[in-house]
Design a protein around this ligand. Structure first.
Ligand code: FES
Length: 184
């Protein structure tokens, strides 16, 4: 897969990652089918906010080991932009790479901003419980809430590959503490 390939197999009026990214900078609100979740091809569309940001090199595919998260800041270094790149070892919604298992998420809890980076749970492929109010998030399903106080999914960082290089190129969802995602 290259930086310009779709990674979803959506049909109908959903916005694929590529179509969203090709619409230019700024906030793009649309409907994204969660059809990139293995086994959930018949899911109903779920409205989400997709924002495009300048591409940022955040790592290389060959350097990623299963269940060893890597921290990065995206889309800038402002508050709550610490994010996590991880190879899950199993296919995930929005995953890239030959096994579609490399994903990235913002690590500020969408409930009240709890720091989640050190709460990765390898066995469950999840993040949580949040140290503040115990919400946990499913990294296989676009960061959806498993249990807890949060009502929004963990913001997912859109990824693209250019050879071995992994780029962050956008966000699904809103980073906690921001009226709009930084740099939009
Ligand atoms: S801040 Fe994470 S559950 Fe409240």
């Amino acid at each position: 897969m290259t930086r310009h390939d779709d990674h979803t197999a959506c049909s109908g009026d959903c916005i694929t990652r590529r179509s969203a990214l090709l619409r230019g900078a700024g906030v793009i609100t649309g409907t994204v089918l969660l059809c990139s979740i293995p086994g959930c091809e018949d899911s109903e569309p779920i409205p989400v906010q997709v924002t495009r940001h300048p591409g940022k090199l955040i790592g290389t595919l060959s350097a990623l080991n299963v269940d060893e998260p890597v921290a990065f800041a995206y889309p800038d270094d402002s508050a709550n932009t610490t994010s996590m790149l991880v190879r899950l070892g199993v296919p995930a919604g929005g995953g890239i790479g030959p096994d579609k298992d490399v994903v990235a998420f913002n690590m500020a809890c969408p409930h009240m901003g709890g720091a989640l980076f050190y709460a990765y749970r390898a066995e469950e492929k999840a993040v949580g419980p949040c140290p503040n109010h115990l919400t946990a998030f499913d990294l296989l399903r676009h960061g959806m809430v498993i249990a807890g106080h949060a009502t929004a999914s963990l913001p997912q960082v859109l990824l693209e590959l250019d050879g071995d290089d992994v780029y962050a190129v956008g966000l699904i969802g809103l980073i906690y503490g921001h009226h709009c995602n930084p740099d939009t």
